[in-house]
Design a protein. Sequence first.
Length: 257
Amino acid sequence: MDNVYIQVLFAVGLFSVILFLIEAGRFLRARHRTDNVESARAGHVVVEGAIFGLMGLMLAFTFSWSFVRFDTRRHLIIEEANYIRTAYLRLSLLPSQAQSELQEKFRQYVDARVAAYRAFPDSAKVEVGINQATAIQGEIWPMAVAASQRMASPQASLLILPALNSAFDMANTRYMSIKMHRPVTINCLMGVLVLACSLLAGFSMGDSKARSWVHAIIFAALLTITVYTIIDLEYPRIGLIQVDYIDQALIDVRNAM
């Protein structure tokens, strides 16, 4: 619930700041208003158009980047589930004693992986779960190597070990994809452009003596929703946009073990 409150406060705060800057822009324009409005506006149009165009480009760029990363994370979850299913099935090629022991360890490994991602956004619990999964992974590998060396057929070991290696590699790839985010500089630039354009929008609206709250509110609301969505896509599991439902693929694999 704390994250929900923080998100609501962020959205309300951004909306309020944008409205404030629009009013500040109107105030600045009112203090410098001249009788010849068209002549005064002529020198502003080019600058405002360039800045608004830059803001649109930045929003489109960051939204596209965030969505691609969000979509990649979803595919990585499904890929990890598929790799784990394949590795678990191939453990059945081992002798019965080694097979049952390794399959039990593998179930513990998957349980630790599921628990780690269910712990979001508590980073401390996530780290504990990931470390536990890594520790179990360190036990599975030498056991699988030793069991493979005792097998009569070397072809079977060529199926088991690469499958385990792929499952472990995908787990690391998925975890690193969660920890990697846009550079902070990009986020700061996006914020500066949004605030600067809010001020310029108010300045342009100041050419009219009549205040239009409809335009101001719509402008502020759309910018707030856009920025919030971009940030939410970048940090799934924390905001309104979630990937928890994709985790069901890994849970289904675990239930089938």
